[in-house]
Design a protein around this ligand. Structure first.
Ligand code: ASP
Ligand code: MG
Length: 465
């Protein structure tokens, strides 16, 4: 079976784990399977790079040096543990030192100029993937596996120039990925590609948005027409709920592309929300596999596989904000709605949920809290005076997801009864026309109770609607 395998976070975070990756790859090569590897930064490294930019912006040069030395030490340790052959290890260390130096120059520039453009941010963030991927590449060579290192851009991930959240230009990607990677895999060489990173047509580095290396893997899987894409995680699979909130949450054995996308959108951090798109079009399955339990089948994501479950999972998006615009006269409502959405567009904010009362004098929108102030300020400036803009910061979105809800009466009643029984006050409700989810806004302090109540009503107990 030909697979693209993606390893990130915890799986790339120690020498022992990297050796485990090489063992997994070797096993597949022995069966003459073709493998492309996609790797993402060690756990926490992308966050550290973001912090590096922030401390540089505020001119804290001591902090810059402290963060750089943390990055250097973490990678150095992995080099020592994972690369057996001394000459390869030395090369890796030399390259690592070069990367740290480059990062230091760039941080200095930011600190002098007091600005970091989206383009320079991407260039800095890309180091997380590049540093670790080169190390993994040499660890594979050191163990006698034939492998070739690629940045995402060089492998063929060509994007637009929307830095920070670039969109792959699929028609170009497909052609370039095939010509860069296929000749190698056909000869038993493993291309090892940095996830998360692309480049514009003129060769400037971009990133695909946080968690984007899943997306890299699926773009490659689709372009090469491989059998499956495997995303290795430090969890058992896509879970029925976050096990930290619901201790008896279980891995979901089978789930459809649409359901998994919905889950990703509603806060299950297991996959990038766009990752399944390239696979859906070509009907290529994705498997979420457990890095620490090779026996486990994980979760298979593929074309509709409704196995009779009404609800597959319960998720939550913590710390979002609810904005309500009210007071518009009926005749001016369309203008008000347009202005509200324009404001969201101006600050590039996603509306996570939207609901409008039928009288059209009230529109409520849920957004991520980081953009709240900017949206409210701009909306107030843009809207007619008779409109009132109010907001509430401490809220969460809770959602139940499953295609079994489609056309099935009584599900909503059961959803709201189960949370009402726990005394949870629901602030806003939305259900997409696709009927793949029912989502609601609750106060922060009620969110965990709501998730637990829904999980036990729909998943732990037998459902009998
Ligand atoms: N390293 C990047 C991030 O933390 C990309 C990824 O992990 O997929 O967002
Ligand atoms: Mg990640």
């Amino acid at each position: 079976m030909n697979t693209v395998m993606k390893f990130g976070g915890v799986c790339t975070s120690s020498g022992a784990n990297i050796l485990r990756i090489t063992d997994i790859v070797r096993k597949h090569l022995e069966r003459r399977d073709k493998v492309v590897l996609v790797t993402s930064a060690m756990a926490g490294v992308t966050d550290t790079l973001i912090e590096l930019i922030n401390v540089a912006l505020s001119g804290k040069d001591d902090e810059v040096l402290r963060l750089l030395s943390i990055l250097k030490e973490r990678h150095l340790q992995v080099c020592m543990e994972a690369i057996g052959r001394p000459e390869l290890r030395e090369e890796a260390v030399r390259e690592l030192e070069e990367s740290i130096r480059e990062l230091q120059y760039m941080a200095m520039m930011i600190s002098y100029l007091k600005e970091a453009t989206p383009r320079s941010r991407d260039r800095i963030l890309a180091f997380g993937e590049k540093m670790i991927t080169r190390i993994i590449w040499r660890a594979m060579l050191s163990r006698g596996i034939k492998a070739e290192y690629f940045t995402g851009g060089r492998a063929g991930i060509i994007t637009d120039d929307n830095f920070g959240q670039a969109t792959p230009l699929m028609h170009l990607c497909e052609e370039r990925l095939r010509s860069a990677l296929l000749p190698l895999v056909n000869e038993g060489v493993v291309p090892i590609v940095t996830g998360f990173i692309g480049q514009t047509m003129s060769g400037v580095e971009t990133t695909l948005g946080r968690g984007g290396s899943d997306y890299t893997a699926t773009i490659i899987g689709a372009a090469l027409g491989f059998d499956e894409v495997w995303v290795w995680k430090d969890v058992e699979g896509i879970m029925t709920a976050d096990p930290k909130i619901v201790p008896n949450a279980k891995p979901i054995p089978k789930i459809s592309y649409e359901e998994a996308t919905e889950l990703a959108y509603f806060g299950a951090k297991v996959l990038h929300p766009l990752a399944l798109k390239p696979l859906m079009q070509k009907n290529i399955p994705l498997r979420v596999r457990s890095f620490f339990n090779l026996e486990s089948q994980g979760t298979l994501v593929s074309r509709d596989l409704n196995n009779g479950k009404i609800v597959k999972a319960v998720t939550m998006i913590p710390k979002v904000a609810l904005i309500t615009v009210s007071g518009a006269e009926l005749y001016e409502a369309p203008l008000v709605v347009a202005k509200v959405f324009n404001t969201l567009f101006d600050v590039r904010a996603n509306a996570i949920m939207v609901s409008q009362s039928s009288s059209q004098t009230n529109i409520s929108i849920v957004v991520y809290s980081d953009k709240l102030k900017e949206i409210v300020d701009r909306a107030k400036a843009a809207l007619p005076e008779n409109c009132e803009v109010t907001w509430e910061g401490n809220v969460c979105v809770v959602a139940v997801v499953g295609s079994g809800m489609r056309g099935r009466p009584g599900v909503a009643a059961k959803v709201f009864n189960s949370v009402a029984e726990k005394g949870v006050n629901v602030r806003m409700i939305a259900q997409g026309a696709s009927e793949l989810n029912i989502s609601m806004v609750v106060r922060q302090e009620d969110a965990i109770k709501a998730v637990q109540a829904l999980h036990s009503a729909f998943i732990s107990e037998e459902h009998n609607i």
